[in-house]
Design a protein around this ligand. Structure first.
Ligand SMILES: *[C@@H]1O[C@H](CO)[C@@H](O)[C@H](O)[C@H]1NC(C)=O
Ligand SMILES: *[C@@H]1O[C@H](CO)[C@@H](O)[C@H](O)[C@H]1NC(C)=O
Ligand SMILES: *[C@@H]1O[C@H](CO)[C@@H](O)[C@H](O)[C@H]1NC(C)=O
Length: 785
């Protein structure tokens, strides 16, 4: 037996049986190679990769032999947005591989999570005003949105293909059949469907075919929901279980969908996500929608950033969710400047409900409970399930399986704290123990942000302050002669809520932890209580014992905000086929708004105070205005290379992201990372005992409005900062013309304690009498420790 075979088999043996014997636990790595270095003796890249793997294992170990299936060690090969493969390796093997001359980088795999707050519910909602945008028939129908997610439930009204033309001729994707998903399920709406599980199974073992579909079919609901937000057809009426009725439709109802399933019950694995990017770009999608994220790492270790770079270089717009770890600062994820990072806002509809306590006090909350309610006018015994603040400030949880004593709970309304298990799962625990209803109270860090859930019993969600009031009442009443009582009053659906939008509490916030010079998130879009399609095999609460089935469901999260922007990007691309992904993002950013429907500054749900640029980036997307922005800030792949140079990435690290060698000499002379032609401006100063600090930004705008137009600048300087722009007038003579300007920012040092920062924001606006092109301008001063 050839040594390479015997040694490769060693990997498999270790994986299967010798894990305990080896101190080096294996995990998945993504390996980048110099693609063009393949020796001609190997018929394919895959053969070459297998041989490389065999050689390192050969040196790593003695010849232990059992299995001979070399190809099993390679999980995926990549050749569109990335060149290389993924494999399960020990740290030592990974190190050996990295030392090979044709290997560029060996990247450890991250496991990612869906960015939903998992708040299933049933209700009707109109996503946004798109009427004008969609007037033209077949608008957007040649555009394909690739959704990288949990798959899709294809047999929903939202995905019917009535009146859609044939599949666009340049589409190269396909419909991969699998369990309960024959290829015939693809139609002229869902034109592609694939699934990627090798990375997941390499870590979690073979999937449980009872629990999961080894096919593009969705067994979770998240992917069906996000796909229909991006491109669901008009469905009327779209109400469930008697709640609000309305029209449900995605942002781009005629756009086509291509589904790339990468998320399984154990999470979404980088090696599979990269395979999905690779396939989506090769298939010919125009937009990638990714409502998934993990922890922020440098771009050369971030497989989502790497996949997205390849996509954006191929002209594919990538929108990604910002994450749900708000409202703390530095929580934003998916922050690479070639992706569009989307936070979540509320819409002008909510579902008010009240807790009426035995002492007459009313605590306001939200609920979308649609089943039989509590008897009107009757007060029920009330109890607190207990809970204590954990080290992280969140209450550790009660209302976990088995934690409630049925003797105590029967017939009562139970107060539960937010915690580790899902909100809907807590309702199930209370119901099983014989509780009659549930009050779900936020912990201190959850604040006042409320999400509606589809509970299996009457339930209401209340903020941290309301929760405190209820607990105080319970403890006072328990010591008196009248035991605590309460009821819950459901008020249904309220429309025209003011103020709206408001930045959702959970929406992840800046500053950007990886590149302080690039403001993130870029924009916000609707992400709270969003109605969209739901599979027929999953309950709306997500709780297994819940047997209800609904065509639509309500979820919350930046997961829901992201596909709004994906759909919008498809509409913008349909209207402006020559726009790059950066131009599309620029149009969304420079036309976004920061004022709510009361005319005041957009608020932050977590504090009730005004929100800031770190919460919403450029603001809330405005679909109509984005169609005609006047000017765009465009960015090419070369500009991103300069940005990476100026971010002090090494040539090797830059190659990992861009697949090309980089000569940083020129870029470094030309400037700093903040000079990337981004539609927002972020200056970061280290005070170091200086009294005066200054920097400049060079920007270039492309005329996409009227051929001859004259734009004048207006500057709203951040407080205490001097901002000048040269020139102050830009005169365009034709479409497509680019003009440059220089922004100079001067700041006087402010009094700050060591380690603290001061943040001031303002804006820079170009106006030609018709188009308003707005960029946020933020200045951060840091006092070193
Ligand atoms: C798969 O999941 C089902 C349902 O939870 C369970 O009964 C079964 O034991 C699982 N099978 C394996 C191989 O784990
Ligand atoms: C909200 O604003 C008020 C007034 O400026 C301030 O006193 C308060 O601390 C702010 N609240 C939070 C949570 O930031
Ligand atoms: C890169 O290094 C230079 C020189 O040390 C430094 O001035 C600059 O701030 C660094 N840039 C970033 C983005 O870290």
């Amino acid at each position: 037996m050839a040594p390479c075979h015997s040694l490769l088999s060693f990997i498999l043996t270790v994986t299967a049986t010798l894990a305990a014997a080896s101190p080096e636990k294996k995990s998945t790595f993504i390996v980048q190679v110099h693609h063009e270095a393949k020796p001609s003796i190997f018929p394919t890249h895959k053969h070459w990769y297998e041989s490389s793997l065999a050689s390192i294992i050969n040196h790593a170990t003695a010849a232990e032999t059992t299995i001979t299936d070399a190809s099993a060690a390679v999980l995926h090969t990549y050749d569109t947005v990335f060149h290389g493969f993924s494999a399960k390796l020990s740290p030592l093997e990974a190190q050996k591989l990295e030392s090979l001359s044709h290997v560029v980088a060996v990247i450890p795999e991250q496991v990612r999570q869906l960015h939903t707050t998992r708040s299933p519910q049933f209700l009707g909602l109109k996503t946004a005003d798109r009427a004008g945008l969609l007037k033209e028939t077949d608008f957007g129908s040649d555009l394909v949105i690739g959704v990288i997610d949990t798959g899709i439930c294809p047999d929903r009204e939202s995905f019917n293909d009535r009146d859609l033309g044939p599949v666009p001729p340049n589409w190269k994707g396909s419909c991969v059949a699998g369990r309960d998903f024959p290829a015939t399920l693809c139609n002229r709406k869902i034109i592609g469907a694939r699934y990627f599980s090798a990375g997941y199974e390499a870590t979690n073992g073979k999937m449980n075919d009872t629990l999961e579909y080894r096919s593009p079919r969705d067994s979770d609901g998240h992917g069906t929901h996000t796909a229909s937000i991006a491109a669901g057809r008009y469905v009327f009426p779209a109400s469930t279980l008697g709640y609000a009725k309305g029209m449900a439709a995605g942002m781009a109802p005629k756009a086509r969908l291509a589904v790339y399933k990468v998320c399984w019950s154990g999470g979404c694995f980088d090696s599979d996500i990269l395979a999905a990017f690779d396939a989506a770009v090769a298939d010919g999608v125009h937009v990638v929608s990714l409502s998934v994220g993990g922890v922020v790492v440098p771009y050369y270790l971030d497989v989502i950033a790497i996949g997205a770079f390849g996509a954006s270089e191929a002209g594919v717009f990538v929108s990604a969710s910002a994450g749900n770890s708000g409202p703390g600062s530095l929580t934003v994820t998916n922050v690479a400047p070639w992706m569009t990072t989307v936070g979540a806002g509320t819409i002008d509809r909510d579902f008010p409900a009240n807790v009426r306590l035995g002492n007459g006090k009313i605590i306001r909350g939200v609920s979308v409970y649609g089943g039989p309610g509590l008897t009107p006018g009757r007060l029920y015994p009330l109890m607190y399930a207990g809970g204590e603040a954990g080290g992280d400030g969140y209450s550790s949880s009660l209302c976990m399986d088995g934690s409630l004593d049925p003797k105590m709970v029967r017939g009562k309304i139970v107060v539960c704290e937010r915690g580790i298990n899902s909100r809907a799962a807590k309702g199930e625990v209370v119901k099983k123990a014989g509780g009659i209803a549930m009050i779900l109270a936020n912990g201190v860090f959850d604040g006042e942000g409320l999400v509606a859930d589809c509970h299996v019993l009457p339930a209401i969600s209340v903020g941290a302050r309301g929760g405190d009031d209820i607990r105080k009442y319970i403890s006072a009443a328990s010591q008196s002669r009248s035991p605590p009582t309460a009821t819950i009053e459901f008020e249904g659906t309220r429309l025209g809520v003011r103020p709206a939008p408001v930045v959702a509490s959970f929406s992840a916030r800046g500053p950007n932890p990886e590149s302080a010079e690039i403001l993130k998130p870029d924009v916000i879009a609707p992400g709270l209580n969003i109605l969209a399609a739901w599979p027929d095999n999953v309950s709306p609460s997500g709780v297994a014992s819940d047997e209800r089935r609904t065509e639509f469901n309500i979820l919350s999260g930046t997961s829901m905000a992201c596909p709004h922007v994906s759909g919008l990007a498809a509409l913008l691309k349909a209207a402006h086929p020559d726009w790059s992904p950066a131009a599309i993002r620029s149009a969304l950013m420079t036309t976004a708004y920061t004022v709510d429907n009361t005319g005041g500054s957009m608020l932050d749900e977590s504090t009730g105070n005004a929100s800031s640029v770190f919460d919403y980036g450029a603001g809330h997307v405005h679909p109509e205005k984005a169609m005609n922005p006047g000017l765009v800030y465009d960015i090419s792949a070369y500009d991103y290379v300069d940005f990476l140079c100026n971010s002090n990435y090494t040539a090797k690290n830059i190659r990992t992201v861009t697949r090309k060698g980089a000569d940083c000499g020129g870029a470094k002379i030309a400037g700093h990372a903040g000079n990337l032609n981004y539609p927002s401006l972020s200056a970061v100063f280290q005070q170091h005992g200086k009294t005066q600090m200054s920097t400049h930004f060079i920007r270039s705008v492309t005329n996409v409005g009227d051929p001859t137009s004259v734009y004048k600048v207006t500057i709203a300087a951040p407080e205490g900062i001097t901002v000048t722009v040269e020139p102050e007038t830009l005169s365009f003579r034709r479409l497509g013309q680019k003009l440059n300007f220089l922004v100079r920012v001067e700041a006087r040092a402010v009094k700050l304690s060591p380690g603290s920062t001061s943040v001031k924001s303002g804006s820079l606006v170009w106006f030609d009498g018709k188009h308003t092109v707005t960029s946020p301008l933020v200045v951060t001063m840091q006092q070193p420790l």
